[in-house]
Design a binder for this molecule. Structure first.
Ligand code: SF4
Length: 422
C-alpha cells in the first residue's frame, strides 16, 4: 500500500479556499435525460469551506471479499492515467473456462463478490475481440457479460460489474444478474487526462448513473482525485452524485480515489492534506446512507480514516497460497489493523449493502436506515429475483452470503477480538 511519504504535492492542487469562484450555478447535462443537474453556488461554496475537523469518524468500517475478473482489457478510451486498457491487437478477453476457474477459486477462498472489471465498451477497432465473441456465440460484450455473471452465480459468487458507460439497453441486459453495479464518475470537469482521439465525457458517466437509478440498481460510483480537476470541480462532482442519489436513492457507496503514478502517469498524486479535505467534503456532501470508501491499496487510508470513511473496499486472495479460507490474507490483516487502530469494528459486507436488502435478509444487528423503495418504473425491489434466490439458497454460496449478513455465524471483527468468527 502506498504510504503518505510516497504522495507528492502537484501544481494542480490549489491552496485551500483559493479556488476560482463563479457566481453562476453549474448546469450539467446528463446523458439520455431531458433535464440537467443544476448545482447551486451556495452548495459549492459550502463544500469548499469544509475542513476535516468538520466531520466525525464512522462507528465501524466495512469491507467485502472479492475476486477480480478482468473480463476484457479492450477499451474505447485512452485515459492518460490508466494502465488497465490494452490497444487493439493486444487486448485480452477471458474465456469462459478462465472465468469459471477464477470465480471458483474465489468462492473456495471465502469471497462473496465477483468483481467484473472492464475497459469501457470496446469500439469497432477491436476486431479480434469481436471475432472471439462471435466464435463464442455473442454479438456484444454485454451479451458475454451476462454469461460471465451466470458462471459466477453458478460457482457461488455475487456479480458486481463495472463495464464503464452503458446505455439503458446494455445495463438492462445484465442488471438482473448483478447484486450491484458501478462506474466511477471520476470528475464532472473536462480534463486533459480524458482527451485524445476518444474523449471520455462526464455527460455519459452521469447518464450511466442515472440509468442505474431508473433501473433500480444499487450503484457504486466515485471521484478520481488529481487528474487535472480543481477544488471547485471536486465539489461539483460530489454534488452531482448527491443530486442523482436524491432522485433515485440508488447510490450505495462513493469512492474517493487518488490517482497514482504508474507507467502511463507520472504527474503525481494528491498529498495527504488534499485527500483528507476531499474525503471530508464527500462526507458532508453525501447523506449518511451513502457509504464512503477510500481504497487502502491506493491511498494512505490510515491518514484519512478519521475523515468520515466507513468502507475499505474489497480484499482479494492475491496468490494461490491464499485460497484456504482458514488462512488470514495479508490484505485482510491490514484492514483489521486499520480498524483496530481506529478503535472500531470491522464488518464484512456483501457487494450489495445491507440497507438495500429486503428486511427479511438484513441482520438482527442492522441499525442503519433501509433504502427507500426504488423509484417507480422498471423495478419494485433493489434485488432481482435471481440475486435474492442466490442469497437464500440452501447451498454453500447461500450459506456464505448469509454468514456475511448475520443470518449464519457472522464475520464481525471486533477491535478487541483476536480472531474472526467464521
Ligand atoms: S475508461 Fe477506464 S479502462 Fe478505459 S482507459 Fe479510461 S480508466 Fe482505463
Amino acid at each position: 500500500m502506498a504510504g503518505p511519504s510516497t504522495f507528492s504535492v502537484t501544481p494542480i492542487f490549489v491552496a485551500h479556499r483559493e479556488s476560482p469562484v463563479s457566481q453562476q450555478a453549474i448546469s450539467l447535462p446528463v446523458g439520455g435525460a431531458d433535464w440537467t443537474i443544476d448545482v447551486a453556488e451556495p452548495a459549492i461554496q459550502r463544500l469548499l469551506s469544509v475542513d476535516p475537523a468538520d466531520v466525525d469518524s464512522a462507528a465501524e468500517l466495512s469491507f467485502a471479499r472479492n475476486v477480480f475478473v478482468p473480463l476484457t482489457t479492450a477499451c474505447r478510451y485512452t485515459c492518460t492515467y490508466c494502465t488497465y486498457f490494452d490497444p487493439p491487437g493486444e487486448a485480452s478477453l477471458l474465456a469462459p473456462d478462465e472465468i469459471r476457474e477464477i470465480v471458483r477459486r474465489g468462492a473456495d477462498a471465502g469471497c462473496t463478490e465477483a468483481l467484473f472489471t472492464f475497459g469501457d465498451d470496446p469500439d469497432d477497432r477491436y476486431t479480434a475481440i469481436y471475432d472471439q465473441l462471435a466464435d463464442w456465440g455473442h454479438d456484444s460484450i454485454h451479451s458475454y457479460l451476462r454469461e460471465a455473471c451466470e458462471i459466477a452465480l453458478e460457482e457461488g459468487l455475487l456479480p458486481h460489474a463495472n463495464p464503464g458507460d452503458q446505455t439503458r439497453e446494455q445495463m438492462a441486459q445484465v442488471a438482473d444478474l448483478n447484486a450491484s453495479m458501478g462506474v466511477m464518475l471520476e470528475t464532472t470537469a473536462d480534463v486533459a487526462a480524458h482527451s485524445g482521439p476518444r474523449v471520455k465525457e462526464p455527460e455519459q458517466r452521469l447518464g450511466t448513473i442515472r440509468t442505474a437509478g431508473e433501473l433500480g440498481v444499487p450503484f457504486t460510483t466515485g471521484i478520481l482525485v488529481g487528474v487535472g480537476e480543481d477544488w471547485r470541480d471536486r465539489a461539483v462532482s460530489l454534488l452531482a452524485i448527491r443530486d442523482l442519489h436524491q432522485r433515485y436513492g440508488h447510490v450505495q457507496e462513493v469512492i474517493v480515489q487518488p490517482v497514482v503514478d504508474n507507467e502511463r502517469w507520472q504527474e503525481g498524486s494528491p498529498d495527504v492534506a488534499a485527500l483528507r479535505r476531499t474525503v471530508a467534503m464527500a462526507r458532508v456532501a453525501l447523506p449518511e446512507t451513502v457509504s464512503l470508501q477510500v481504497p487502502p491499496n491506493l491511498a494512505p487510508v490510515r491518514e484519512v480514516v478519521d475523515c468520515g470513511i466507513d468502507d475499505l473496499g474489497g480484499v482479494s486472495p492475491v496468490t494461490d497460497d491464499h485460497i484456504n479460507p482458514e488462512y488470514a490474507w495479508p490484505a485482510l490483516e491490514e484492514l483489521r489493523e486499520i480498524a483496530a487502530e481506529a478503535g472500531v469494528p470491522l464488518r464484512e459486507r456483501l457487494p450489495v449493502y445491507e440497507r438495500y436488502l429486503p428486511s427479511a435478509l438484513r441482520s438482527d444487528e442492522f441499525d442503519g436506515k433501509a433504502a427507500d423503495r426504488p423509484p417507480a418504473g422498471d423495478a419494485d425491489s433493489w434485488l432481482s429475483d435471481r440475486i435474492a434466490a442466490a442469497i437464500t439458497a440452501d447451498d454453500s454460496g447461500g450459506r456464505r452470503y448469509r454468514a456475511v449478513i448475520g443470518r449464519e455465524p457472522s464475520r464481525v471483527f471486533r477491535p478487541d477480538a483476536a480472531a474472526e468468527s467464521r
